[in-house]
Design a protein around this ligand. Structure first.
Ligand code: C2E
Ligand code: CA
Ligand code: CA
Length: 281
C-alpha cells in the first residue's frame, strides 16, 4: 500500500514535471594530474513551493517505484544536453555525466532513444557518460546487452558508488564499463585510516588494470585530494573542488579554480586550465 505522504509527494512530482519545476545542477569533476575540468555530473533538484526542497534520494526512488522515472530521465537528459550546447558556445567543450536508474536499462531500445536525443541536439555521443549503480534486485550483468549497445554508440559507462554496493571487481571484468567511481565512504577515511587508504589504493590499481578511469567521490578536504593524487587516482569530485553549480556558475568557478589548483599543488601554471576549443560537431 502506498503511504499518504508518498501520495502527496507523487502528485507534487507529477505537477513539477508538467510545470517545469525541476531543475538540474552540475558538479565539476577535475583531473588530478593537471586540475583540468574532465566532466560535469548533472544532478536533479526539486524545490516545490508547497512541499519545500526535496532531496533526490527521496524522490528518485519514488519516481522509480511509480512509473515516473522514464519521463524524469528524458527531461533531465534533454535539459543537460541543451546545457552542453550552451557551454560549447561559451568555449567549454566538456563531457557530461548523467545518472541513469537501473530500471531504465531494462528496455533494450533505451540506448537508441539516448542516441536519438544526442543526434537531435547535435551532441556527439562520446561527450556523454552514464553513471549506473548496481542494486540488489537488478544485477548489471543481466543488462549486458543494453550496456554493450551504449558502448557501441560511443557512450561511456561509469559504475557509481563502487565499494559499498553490490558490484565487485570480478563482475566489472565482464562488463563494458569505462569508469569506476569510488564511493565517498572510503574517500572520507583515507587520510586517517591506513585500511581505507589501502582499499582505495587497491581499487585504483585493479581498476587501472581493467583499463578503467578512476574517479573519487566526496572529496571534501585538501588532504584527501593530495592523497588521491599520490595514489594515482585520475579524477576527483566533491565539495572541496566544487559544490553542484547552477549552469551559469560553471565558467566563473573554472576561472577561480585555475588559481586555486596551482596554490593547492604548489606548481607554477604551465598552461591555462581552460583551453577554449571550437565545437567540431
Ligand atoms: P550520486 O550519483 O552518488 O551523486 C553524488 C551525490 O553526492 C550528490 O547528491 C552530490 O550533491 C553529493 N556530493 C557531491 N560532493 C559531495 C561531497 O564532497 N560530500 C558529500 N557528503 N556529498 C557530496 P544528490 O545531488 O543529493 O544526489 C543523491 C543521489 O540521487 C545521487 O547520488 C544519484 O544516485 C541520485 N540522483 C541525483 N540526480 C539524479 C538524476 O538526475 N537521475 C537519477 N536517476 N538519479 C539521480
Ligand atoms: Ca552519480
Ligand atoms: Ca555516487
Amino acid at each position: 500500500m502506498i503511504a499518504q505522504a508518498d501520495i502527496g509527494m507523487l502528485d507534487g512530482l507529477e505537477r513539477a514535471l508538467i510545470n517545469g519545476r525541476l531543475h538540474m545542477v552540475y558538479q565539476p569533476k577535475i583531473s588530478l594530474s593537471d586540475g583540468r575540468l574532465r566532466r560535469v555530473e548533472a544532478l536533479v533538484r526539486w524545490d516545490d513551493p508547497e512541499l519545500g526542497t526535496i532531496p533526490p534520494s527521496r524522490f528518485v526512488p519514488l519516481a522509480e517505484k511509480h512509473g515516473l522515472i522514464d519521463q524524469m530521465t528524458q527531461w533531465g537528459l534533454r535539459t543537460t544536453l541543451r546545457q552542453w550546447l550552451s557551454w560549447v558556445e561559451q568555449g567549454i567543450d566538456t563531457c557530461l555525466a548523467f545518472n541513469i536508474s537501473a530500471l531504465s536499462l531494462d528496455q533494450l531500445d533505451f540506448p537508441d532513444l539516448v542516441e536519438r536525443m544526442c543526434t537531435a541536439l547535435d551532441v556527439p555521443t562520446d561527450r556523454l557518460v552514464l553513471e549506473l549503480t548496481e542494486g540488489a534486485t537488478q544485477p548489471l550483468i543481466k543488462l549486458m546487452d543494453t550496456l554493450t549497445r551504449f558502448r557501441i554508440k560511443g557512450i561511456g559507462l561509469a559504475i557509481d558508488d563502487f565499494g559499498v554496493g553490490y558490484s565487485t571487481l570480478m563482475q566489472l571484468r565482464q562488463l563494458p564499463f569505462t569508469e569506476l567511481k569510488i564511493d565517498r565512504f572510503f574517500v572520507e577515511d583515507a587520510p586517517t585510516s591506513a585500511d581505507s587508504a589501502l582499499i582505495v589504493k587497491s581499487i585504483i590499481e585493479l581498476a587501472h588494470g581493467l583499463g578503467l578511469t578512476v574517479t573519487a567521490e566526496g572529496v571534501e578536504t585538501e588532504d584527501q585530494l593530495k592523497l588521491l593524487r599520490d595514489l594515482g587516482c585520475d579524477v576527483a569530485q566533491g565539495y572541496f573542488v566544487a559544490q553542484p553549480l547552477k549552469p551559469e556558475d560553471l565558467i566563473p568557478w573554472l576561472d577561480r579554480f585555475e588559481e586555486r589548483w596551482h596554490m593547492i599543488i604548489g606548481e607554477q601554471p604551465q598552461l591555462p586550465l581552460r583551453i577554449p576549443r571550437r565545437y567540431m560537431g
